[in-house]
Design a protein around this ligand. Structure first.
Ligand SMILES: Cc1cc2nc3c(=O)[nH]c(=O)nc-3n(C[C@H](O)[C@H](O)[C@H](O)COP(=O)(O)OP(=O)(O)OC[C@H]3O[C@@H](n4cnc5c(N)ncnc54)[C@H](O)[C@@H]3O)c2cc1C
Length: 637
C-alpha cells in the first residue's frame, strides 16, 4: 500500500490557494457527463451532494434513514467553530490551526488542518446565506461561545440544536438539486459493499431496507460520508443507527484504515444507569461555559450536593488546569473525571459520575439566560433522569462519542483506492488523537462544501472517464458475496440475539480499550474478541428473512463488522506504545497522570491494510512532518 499524502509544496498558509489555482478543472459542459455516488446525507454528505449537483455533476445519494434530513448530524448540539474573531478576542486562522493541532496532541497532518481553519469562515457565511438561525448578539452580530481547548470564543451556535439547523440548511440545498434533477436520493437504502473495476472505485452494492432487494449502482467516483464507528462500543452518544459498514467493507476492498484506536471519550454524558441501557446521551460541552465541575473532597461522601458546603467541594478542573478551567479539552477532562472516581469520590448511585453545577451561573446571570442558552439540554436531562438541573447539579460521566480514526485519505480526501473519496467523520484526517469540541461540524461542512468540489474535479480532470455497466462481473460478484453473507447470518439460527453479542463486545472494548488501555488489557481483549466472534458465527439468532424489512438482520450485519473492527481497534492501540489524546496507555503517563507521547517513535499515522480473512493486517505509516508547529508537551494548566 502506497501512502502519498499529496500535500502541495510551498508555505503552509498558501498551499490551498495554490492548489485551487493549479488543480485540474472540468469545464461546465463536461460536468454533466460525470456521475458521482455519495453515500451519506449528514453534514458531510448532504453538503457534498448539494455542491456537486449545483456544479452540474449527476449525483446519486444514499442513506439508511427514512429521510436524508435524519442523518446523525442532526443530533449535534453545541456548535461549530470558525475563526471569524467577532468577539475581538484574538482569534485568527493561525490560532484555530494551532489549537486544533495541539488539541489533537500533534498527531494530525498540518496541511489538512490549516486548510480546515482557512475555510472555516466560509462555512458560516454559506450557512447564514441559507438561513441557518445562529444565535445573535443584541447588536445583530452572530454570537459566539467557548468550547474546550481554546482560550477564545469562536463557536457559532443555534441553542443546543446547531447540528439540526445546519443540516436543515444543507438539506434545503440538497432538495434544490433534487428538484432540479441533478441529485437523486435513495433513502432507506444501505450500502453493503464497494465495487472496484480495474482497481478504481466505480460503484456500490446496496440493499433496499424495505423490500430487501439487492442492487448495484455505478458512477465515475464514489464518495463515502458515512459517519463514525463509535457504536462498536455498543454504548455511545451516537445515534443507534450509526455503523461502520461502508468504511469497513471498503477497507476490506483495499482502503487503508488509519488510527482505528483514536476514539473520543466525551466527559459530559449522562451516566450509565443499568445493564440493559441501549444508548447514552450527551450533555453538550457548551454547558461547561457556565457549569462548574466538582466532586466532594472526601471519599464516599454520600450527602446530597446541596448539603455539601463550598469548602468541602473539589472544583478539580479549575484547580488542576487554571488557565482553561472547566473548558479543558475532552480527553484531559475525561481522564480527570476518571481519576476522581477511581479515588472513590465519584457521585450518584454507581459512583461513576461528577457534578456539573449551574448554581453560580444562575446566581450571576439569572435562570432566564441559562434557559435561553441551554434550555433544550436541561429539558432533555430532566426527561432522562427525572432531575431538575436548575435546582441541583447535573451528574455526568465520560462516554464514547466520536471516532478520530477512519479511512485514510490524502490531501484530496481520496482514500488509497483511486476514485474513493471519504469525508466527514468517516475519514481520519483532521483531528489527530483528540478532536476539539465544535470541530466535527466544521470539518464535515468544509469537506463537503469547499474541499471536495475542487479535489474531485482535479481527479476527473486527470483520469479516464469510465462508468461500467452494473451487469459487469465485478458487480455480480459483489452482489453474490453480500447475499451469501446475509444468508449465512440468517442460517445460523442459534439462541443469542445480535444485541446480546453487540453488548458483550462493546463492554469488552470499553473496559479494555476505553478511557485507559494497557498492553495486558489489549492482549486480553484481542483474545476474547476472537472467542466472541466464534460464538457469534455459531450461536446467532436472526429472525425473519432477507427479502423483507428486517431490522434484526440489519443489526446482525453491522455487528458482524464490529466483530472484526474491534480487533483492529485493539491491535492498533497495542502497537501504539505511547499515550496521545484519547489514546491513553497507562504505561505511558507523566507524573501527574497526563498522556505521555513518544514523538521519536510514534509521530506518524498508522494505516492498516487488509490482507484477507484469517490473515494478519499489515501496519503502514505516514510520517507526520511539522514544518510550522513545534511539538511540545501539551499543557492546559
Ligand atoms: C450527541 C452528539 C452531539 C454532537 N455535537 C456536536 C457539536 O455540537 N459540534 C460538533 O462539531 N460536533 C458534534 N458532534 C459530532 C458530529 O455531530 C458528527 O461528527 C458529525 O455530525 C458527523 O457528520 P457526518 O456527515 O460525517 O456523518 P453522519 O451525520 O453520521 O451521517 C452519516 C450518513 O451516512 C449514512 N450512512 C452510513 N452508513 C451507510 C450505509 N452503509 N449505507 C447508506 N448510508 C449510510 C447515514 O444514513 C447518514 O446519512 C456531536 C455528536 C454527537 C453524537
Amino acid at each position: 500500500m502506497k501512502l502519498d499524502a499529496k500535500t502541495p509544496s510551498g508555505p503552509l498558509s498558501s498551499k490551498w490557494s495554490r492548489y485551487k489555482e493549479e488543480c485540474n478543472l472540468v469545464n461546465p459542459a463536461n460536468k454533466r457527463k460525470f456521475s458521482v455516488i455519495v453515500v451519506g446525507t449528514g453534514l458531510a454528505g448532504a453538503s457534498a451532494a448539494a455542491s456537486l449537483g449545483e456544479l452540474g455533476y449527476n449525483v446519486t445519494c444514499f442513506c439508511y434513514q427514512d429521510s436524508s434530513r435524519r442523518a446523525h448530524s442532526i443530533a449535534a448540539q453545541g456548535g461549530i467553530n470558525a475563526a471569524k474573531n467577532y468577539p475581538n478576542d484574538g482569534d485568527s486562522v493561525q490560532r484555530l490551526f494551532n489549537d486544533t493541532i495541539k488539541g489533537g496532541d500533534y498527531r494530525a497532518r498540518e496541511a489538512n488542518v490549516y486548510r480546515l481553519a482557512e475555510v472555516s469562515n466560509a462555512i458560516i457565511d454559506q450557512s447564514v446565506a441559507q438561513g441557518v438561525p445562529f444565535a445573535r448578539e443584541y447588536g445583530g452580530l452572530l454570537a459566539n461561545r467557548s468550547f474546550g481547548g481554546a482560550q477564545v470564543s469562536r463557536t457559532f451556535y443555534a441553542r443546543g440544536q446547531t447540528g439540526q439547523q445546519l443540516l436543515i440548511g444543507a438539506y434545503q440545498a440538497l432538495s434544490r438539486q433534487v428538484a432540479k434533477g441533478k441529485v437523486k436520493v435513495h433513502a432507506r437504502t444501505e450500502m453493503l459493499d464497494l465495487v472496484l473495476v480495474n482497481g478504481e472505485a466505480k460503484g456500490i452494492v446496496v440493499r433496499d431496507m424495505v423490500s430487501g432487494k439487492i442492487s448495484s449502482h455505478a458512477a465515475d467516483a464514489v464518495v463515502l460520508a458515512t459517519g463514525g464507528y463509535g457504536n462498536a462500543f455498543y454504548l455511545s452518544t451516537m445515534a443507534r443507527g450509526c455503523n461502520a459498514m461502508a468504511i469497513w467493507r471498503s477497507h476490506k476492498r483495499g482502503a487503508g484504515f488509519a488510527n482505528p484506536c483514536y476514539t473520543q471519550i466525551h466527559p459530559t454524558c449522562i451516566p450509565v444507569s443499568g445493564e440493559y441501557q441501549s444508548k447514552l446521551t450527551l450533555m453538550s460541552e457548551s454547558l461547561r461555559n457556565d457549569g462548574r465541575v466538582w466532586v466532594p473532597k472526601a471519599k464516599g461522601d454520600k450527602r446530597a450536593p446541596g448539603q455539601i458546603p463550598e469548602s468541602e467541594r473539589d472544583y478539580y478542573l479549575e484547580t488542576r488546569y487554571p488557565s482553561f478551567g472547566n473548558l479543558a479539552p475532552r480527553d484531559v477532562t475525561s481522564r480527570a473525571a476518571k481519576l476522581v472516581c477511581d479515588e472513590g469520590r465519584g457521585v450518584g448511585p454507581s459512583g461513576l459520575g461528577v457534578y456539573l453545577d449551574f448554581e453560580e451561573s444562575i446566581g450571576r446571570l439569572g435562570r432566564k439566560t441559562i434557559e435561553e442558552r441551554y434550555g433544550n439540554l436541561f429539558e432533555m436531562y430532566e426527561r432522562i433522569t427525572g432531575e431538575d438541573a436548575y435546582e441541583a447539579p447535573m451528574r455526568i460521566f465520560p462516554a464514547i462519542h466520536y471516532t478520530m480514526g477512519g479511512l485514510w485519505v490524502d490531501y484530496n480526501l481520496m482514500s488509497t483506492i483511486p476514485g474513493l473519496f471519504v469525508l466527514g467523520e468517516a475519514n481520519f484526517s483532521d483531528h489527530g488523537a483528540n478532536r476539539l469540541g465544535a470541530s466535527a461540524l466544521m470539518q464535515g461542512l468544509a469537506d463537503g462544501y469547499f474541499v471536495l468540489p475542487y479535489t474531485i474535479a482535479n481527479y476527473f480532470g486527470s483520469s479516464r472517464k469510465f462508468v461500467p455497466g452494473t451487469d459487469a462481473a465485478e458487480f455480480k460478484a459483489a452482489e453474490q458475496a453480500v447475499s451469501e453473507h446475509l444468508k449465512r447470518l440468517l442460517s445460523i439460527q442459534g439462541s443469542r440475539t445480535p444485541t446480546s453479542f453487540h453488548r458483550e463486545l462493546g463492554k469488552l472494548l470499553w473496559e479494555n480499550c476505553g478511557m485507559a488501555r494497557s498492553e495486558q488489557s489489549l492482549k486480553t481483549a484481542i483474545k476474547k474478541i476472537a472467542v466472541i466472534r466464534e460464538e457469534f458465527w455459531k450461536n446467532l439468532k436472526v429472525t425473519g428473512g432477507a427479502g423483507e424489512l428486517n431490522q434484526t438482520l440489519e443489526h446482525a450485519n453491522r455487528v458482524s463488522d464490529y466483530m472484526e473492527l474491534a480487533e483492529l481497534i485493539c491491535q492498533d492501540a497495542l502497537e501504539r506504545k505511547e499515550s496521545c489524546g484519547g489514546h491513553f496507555r497507562v504505561e505511558y503517563q507523566t507524573e501527574d497522570h497526563e498522556a505521555k507521547r513518544d514523538d521519536e517513535n510514534f509521530s506518524h499515522v498508522a494505516v492498516w491494510e487488509y490482507k484477507g480473512k484469517d490473515k494478519a493486517p499489515v501496519r503502514h505509516i505516514e510520517p507526520l512532518q511539522y514544518e510550522v508547529v513545534t511539538m511540545s508537551q501539551r499543557s492546559y494548566k
